[in-house]
Design a protein around this ligand. Structure first.
Ligand SMILES: C[S@@+](CC[C@H](N)C(=O)[O-])C[C@H]1O[C@@H](n2cnc3c(N)ncnc32)[C@H](O)[C@@H]1O
Ligand SMILES: [Zn+2]
Length: 279
């Protein structure tokens, strides 16, 4: 399933390494993940989210504030499995610290091979919990995954690459993309900004629609009660607002101890356009 980032031949697991037929080798880290990111594919020494963001997100998500979203994603996968006797292949592209990936692996009787891919080595290191999931350091722009081998791609608040997603997805596979709904975290934004500018809805659909069609669109909205500073600050640090706010704005939030916050997610389920012609 995994392919060599150098020559694209299949990688075979052999002891503590992945090896291709051209003898390119990639060490498997003690924790079990593999780094398939080539030096020339990196724009910086440590690409992807930084440690502040990663730590904050891990601590916040571990409190299960986004569990309803995770459960919704699991439901979408489960209801779209056509034959439960066959092992399905799931790729969480831009998986971060693996909150959604690890929750999917916990679904009872799920016959699945699950991959989690993220460009951040720090995030992948934190994602590994057990050997149920193969975590890989790599970019969504050059997925080290064989063509037409994946049944479901999940992509939660993460970068996507339509060409690569289309290549690795089986013809009847699904891409499940999560973006922020327009009211997502509006109370947090209200504290920070006098005039609330809604983040433009991720304009991914336009990109996606040259290779995919939308087969379902769901909105998930609920309120969370955050009643401690630490969780509030972690939520703040995992959003882009942390990096765009001034010290004055940061101080404003620092003085808030509790907040009821709207979570609003838009989930797109996409299929390859090719199916249009054949179905
Ligand atoms: C907002 S986080 C979302 C992480 C996770 N899906 C979640 O919701 O908890 C975006 C993730 O995309 C990763 N990322 C950024 N550029 C990437 C790329 N080119 N390929 C793969 N992952 C990338 C970051 O390192 C980060 O972990
Ligand atoms: Zn190779």
């Amino acid at each position: 399933m995994l392919i060599c980032p150098k020559c694209k031949n299949l990688l075979i697991k052999s002891n503590n390494q992945f090896v291709c037929s051209n003898k390119h080798t990639f060490d498997i880290a003690k924790k079990g993940y593999v780094n398939l990111m080539l030096a020339n594919q990196k724009n910086s020494l440590n690409p992807g989210d930084n440690e502040i963001m990663i730590n904050a997100r891990k601590l916040f998500l571990e409190k299960d504030y986004y569990k309803p979203l995770s459960e919704e994603l699991n439901k979408i996968v489960i209801k779209n499995i056509s034959n439960t006797n066959n092992e399905i292949v799931v790729l969480d592209a831009g998986c971060g610290e693996g909150y959604y990936t690890n929750n999917l692996a916990k679904v009872e009787n799920l016959n699945a091979k699950i991959f989690g891919v993220d460009i951040s080595k720090v995030a992948i290191h934190k994602a590994v919990k057990n050997n149920k999931i193969q975590y890989v350091v790599s970019s969504v722009n050059s997925l080290p995954i064989g063509s037409k081998s994946v049944d479901f791609i999940t992509n939660v608040f993460a970068p996507f690459n339509t060409t690569e997603f289309e290549r690795v997805l089986k013809d009847d596979g699904l891409v499940i993309v999560v973006c922020a709904g327009s009211e997502h975290l509006k109370e947090l934004k209200n504290v920070l900004y006098e005039k609330v500018i809604n983040l433009e809805e991720k304009d991914f659909v336009n990109y996606m629609l040259n290779k995919f069609k939308i087969v379902d669109k769901l909105n998930l909205k609920y309120t969370i009660q955050i009643s401690n500073k630490e969780d509030l600050q972690n939520l703040f640090k995992m959003t882009p607002y942390f990096y765009t706010s001034s010290n004055v704005q940061k101080d404003k939030l620092e003085s808030v101890n509790e907040l009821n916050i709207t979570c609003s997610f838009t989930i797109f389920v996409l299929k390859k356009l090719i199916n249009k012609k054949t179905s």
